[in-house]
Design a protein. Structure first.
Length: 329
């Protein structure tokens, strides 16, 4: 039995090494073909891709598309069409395996394949966090305006969709595309999820979005919404809202007020930031100190004099830390 076990281990190890060498050789041929296709898709020598190898190939193709320019992406898409791989990828959208679906979803997005729309819309609404977000991103690549309309309820409600990645997508799409859908979502007042939409509002056109965001500053009592709205402040006309938020009972709102005051304030906002510099919460004091050294018209020697003359040791220490971080930045 011991000898049989050792033999089985040896066979499995040899099989694993053979599979690894085989995949390395196949992937080298794929890379060569993809490099050729980036110049001339009709002249690329793409080897036959079996059913088991198709997901690996699509993953390699997707990785290359992530950094490809528009012309290269078009040529690489042509390569898939010439070999019927686009059709095979569409059929993979209905597979049970999450890995197969993710490879197919990403490929459909890169291909901007309208035939995948119905499956992608279904997956964006009923899939798990990873699959649904990948499907939403693919929809946004295929037809951004139509996709934003379809996803207008999911974007606020799906708190399992990473907001940072959504923000990256919105930034890429640009203000002209995202502004009207953002206005629609803001006016709908989604519950929950309004704070997510307000955070995304900074990617819209300020002249159309700011009045709505200002309305949330004046009417909302939700700390998350207030924090998101304060982050959108870009103009001194909105400073009264930031000054009012400096006295809010929730420390996270006071912290956001300190950031806003530092971003658009000047010497007139110095008293409010000095008040926040004495806040009992460390994070509020930290952002108040950094806001204070960013104030327009305030010289470094004046800040140093404030630190030396501060009666509150916490305020003095925080100003010293902010000045040190500024020197090292």
């Amino acid at each position: 039995m011991g000898l049989l076990l050792l033999a089985a281990i040896a066979v499995l190890g040899a099989l694993r090494r053979w599979r690894r060498r085989r995949m390395e050789a196949i992937e080298n041929r794929w890379r060569n073909a993809l490099s050729q296709a980036a110049e001339d898709p009709r002249g690329a020598a793409l080897p036959t891709i079996g059913t088991w190898d198709l997901p690996h190939f699509l993953e390699a193709w997707n990785r290359m598309l992530e950094s490809a320019d528009e012309q290269t992406a078009e040529r690489l898409g042509t390569l898939l069409g010439l070999h019927g791989i686009d059709e095979r990828a569409l059929r993979m959208l209905r597979k049970r395996s999450a890995r197969l679906r993710l490879a197919a979803i990403t490929a459909a997005g890169h291909l901007r394949e309208p035939r995948a729309w119905d499956d992608l819309e279904r997956l964006s609404q009923h899939g798990g966090p990873i699959v649904s977000f990948a499907a939403a991103r693919a929809l946004l690549r295929i037809d951004p305006r139509r996709a934003l309309d379809v996803l207008s309820h999911s974007i606020p409600a799906r708190d399992d969709w990473p907001l940072a990645r959504l923000a990256s997508v919105f930034e890429t799409l640009g203000p002209s595309v995202v502004t009207n859908p953002l206005i629609t979502m803001l006016l709908r007042r989604p519950r929950p999820g309004l704070d997510r939409v307000v955070k995304l509002a900074r990617f819209g056109q300020p002249e159309k979005i700011s009045s709505i965001v200002r309305g949330w500053l004046g009417s909302s009592t939700d700390p998350d919404v207030l924090m998101a709205a304060l982050a959108c402040i870009e103009d001194r006309a909105d400073l009264p809202w930031a000054l009012g938020a400096a006295d809010h009972p929730e420390w996270r709102v006071r912290m956001s007020a300190a950031r806003a005051l530092g971003k658009v304030g000047n010497r007139e906002e110095l008293p409010a930031l000095l008040q926040l510099l004495r806040d009992p919460v460390w994070w509020v004091r930290y952002h108040a100190a950094h806001g204070l050294i960013r104030l327009e018209g305030l010289e470094p020697h004046e800040i140093e004099a404030m630190r030396e003359g501060a009666r509150d040791s916490f305020a003095a220490d925080m100003l010293g830390q902010a000045l040190a971080e500024r020197r090292w930045a």
